[in-house]
Structures are given as C-alpha cells and as structure tokens.
Design a protein around this ligand. Structure first.
Ligand SMILES: [Mg+2]
Length: 361
C-alpha cells in the first residue's frame, strides 16, 4: 500500500464561548484537515490548527508546507516504511510542526487501520479511558468562579485556570476559585508566559503560603527564557510544567538536564506529531519526569490523536484534552467518545474518525 496523494481542506467549528488566555482570544476553531489517499480503499486523516501565536504556523503556511514540500516528499512511499516516511516528513522542511503533525497523525491513522487496530493499541497501550481537565478562560473573577462551579457540576475533577494577565490579581482569582470549589478539586494554573521570573516566584510562593493547593503551574515565564524557568523551578516547591518552552526532543533534554521544569507538556502541534512526541516520552521516562498531554484549540480529530498517545504511554500522567468539549459542534463522526471529563477510546481501527466532511469520500 503506497501514498497516492494528500488532500487538504479547511474546517470551521464555532466555539461554545470565546477562549481567552494571556496570549489571545479565540472565537472559532478554523483548522486545516487532510486525507492521505492510497492505492487501496484505506485512507488516513489528520488535522492542524493555525495557532500562530504559539507555533508560528498560519493556515497559509500549513497548506503550503503540505502541498509544496511534504506531499512531493511522501507520494509513492510504502505505508509500511514508517521509519522512512517520518525521516522524510521531518527533513523535507524545517519547523512547520503543525503541518507535520497533521500528516504524521494521518500516517499513524492509516498504519493502524491497515493493521485493523485502534491507534492506542498499535502504540502499545491498554488504557481505555483518559481523564482530562477543563480550561477556565481568563475573565472577571465572578465569571471565572461561576465557570469553575459549572465545570465541577458537570463532573470535571481537574480545572486548568488561565491567568498571567494581571500579576498579583491572579492570586485573588485562584483564591476565590479554590474557596468556591472546595479542597477535593485539583487546580492547575497556566500563566501562558504572562509573568517574569521574580514575579512568578512571588505569586507561586504566595499561593503556597495561602494553602491554595495548586497541582502545578504551567509556563510562568516567556518560552525562550530557560534561565527564568530554571529560576522559578528552583525557588518554589509547586511543580513547574514547561509548555511553550518545549517543542522538540532537544528542548526537553535541555530543560530536564538543567532542571528548568518538573514536568513537560507535550502537544502534537509543537512536536510535529506522534513520532517526535514518542521521543519526548522516552526522554522523560529516562529522567523520571512525568508528562502532560495538551492540545491547542482543536477539533476532535487531532485531539483524538493526542488521546490515543495518552492512552498508550504511562509516562503521560495528565491530560489537558478539552478542545472538543469547548466546541459548539462536532463535525467528525466516530473516534473516541468525549463525555465531559472522561474520554473513552474507540475500538474501531486507527484514530477512529469515520469521515471528514470537507474532504472527498
Ligand atoms: Mg499551556
């Protein structure tokens, strides 16, 4: 079975509510979707969001990378030659991790379909359910408290609170939310690069002294500020999770060896797909570091590829895969079942998505 063509389309999914972080406000999911066609009836599907403020990838750059670089490199390759495919995919163009992620997951989807096995089992996993947190957007405090209580009433046991816009005011946000939800709900805090190193230590120390019981703080300082990450990690006892700082396996090695983070957040759009994400899993495992798996604002297709990876790897102990739950509609039939905080893995082959509306069948 060989790769005949890669078809590219665009999909539009309205969000239930605007998504707000320290970096941006988003109203809709507008993703690139792809289909790898073969000389047989089997095809593989992939998806990538243009999260330019994080990855630098836009709709236009994703489409161009796939059409002009990746497709010519992969057409004609045997699907069983996974090693060769991933080598070509990762060397035909530098960066462009979102385009690579869409193609990478479609290759895995296809490979697992060929072997008539759900992707997570193909990757060696046996976890049939993955628990995710849900993100609470940055808003005025009463709104964030109400959103948190609403999430808890739906069954979520882990909240990821977006902060990083107002320094010490963020402390008040978390305090009010903790008071409202009580001690049994886990709270993760994501500053999305919104603080500097000293400010981070001041805020996190105050959280610790206030008994706010924060599970982890994600990306307190700017992505490139590895020294800042190291300073914060060394000066607080709350675990620090690196997100925007880690794209590649090399970044993971650098951060872990310099003790510049306690945890690594893997996202397929940063790594360029599952193949490179598996390398980060291996590195983390070697160093005894746990990983979270996260997503951008993405539809169910690409988030499900991440869910399959989470179900396959024990080193991924935390999941932040709430993308589909934040969407108003789901255009992708099939795949894992998203029931609030629990994601039930599909037993159908591959990622499990049966069709992608804007692509040919
Ligand atoms: Mg983050």
């Amino acid at each position: 079975m060989f790769i005949k063509n890669i078809e590219v389309g665009e999909i539009f999914i309205p969000l239930a509510r605007p998504f707000k972080t320290a970096l941006r406000t988003v109203y809709n999911v507008e993703d690139i979707v792809i289909k790898i066609a073969t000389d047989t009836e089997l095809a593989g599907f992939g998806e990538a969001p243009p999260a330019a403020v994080i990855t630098g990838d836009t709709k236009g750059s994703i489409i161009t990378a796939i059409k002009e670089f990746i497709t010519p490199a992969l057409v004609g390759m045997e699907i069983d030659d996974l090693d060769g495919i991933f080598r070509k995919l990762n060397t035909c163009i530098v960066r462009n991790t979102s385009a690579k992620a869409a193609v990478d997951m479609a290759v895995y989807d296809l490979y697992a379909r060929k072997h008539n096995t759900p992707l997570y089992k193909m990757l060696g996993g046996n976890k049939s359910v993955v628990e995710t947190d849900i993100t609470i957007s940055v808003n005025p405090i009463p709104e964030m408290v109400a959103d948190s209580l609403d999430a808890v009433s739906k069954g979520y046991r882990i909240l990821k609170i977006k902060v990083g816009k107002e320094g010490l005011k963020d402390l008040e946000r978390i305090g009010e939310i903790r008071k409202a939800v009580g001690p049994d709900i886990k709270i993760r805090v994501d500053a999305n690069q919104g603080w500097n190193a000293k400010q981070s230590v001041q805020i996190i120390t105050a959280m610790e002294e206030g008994g706010l019981d924060i599970e982890l703080v994600e990306q307190p300082v700017p992505a490139h500020d590895f020294k800042g990450m190291q300073y914060v990690t060394g000066h607080v006892s709350t675990p620090i999770l690196a997100d925007e700082s880690v794209f590649s396996a090399e970044d993971a090695i650098d951060l872990i060896q310099n003790r510049a983070a306690d945890l690594i957040n893997i996202k397929l759009m940063k790594t360029g797909g599952i193949h490179n994400a598996l390398k980060i899993c291996d590195i983390a495992e070697i160093y005894g570091v746990e990983c979270m798996i996260g997503c951008m604002l993405e539809g169910k297709l690409s988030v499900s590829a991440a869910a399959h990876l989470a179900a396959a790897k024990g080193v991924i102990t935390k999941a932040d895969l709430d993308g589909p739950s934040l969407c108003k509609t789901d255009p992708f039939p099939g795949g894992p079942l998203y029931e609030e905080n629990l994601i039930y893995m599909n037993e159908a082959p591959g990622i499990g998505i049966e069709e992608v509306p804007c692509l040919s069948n």
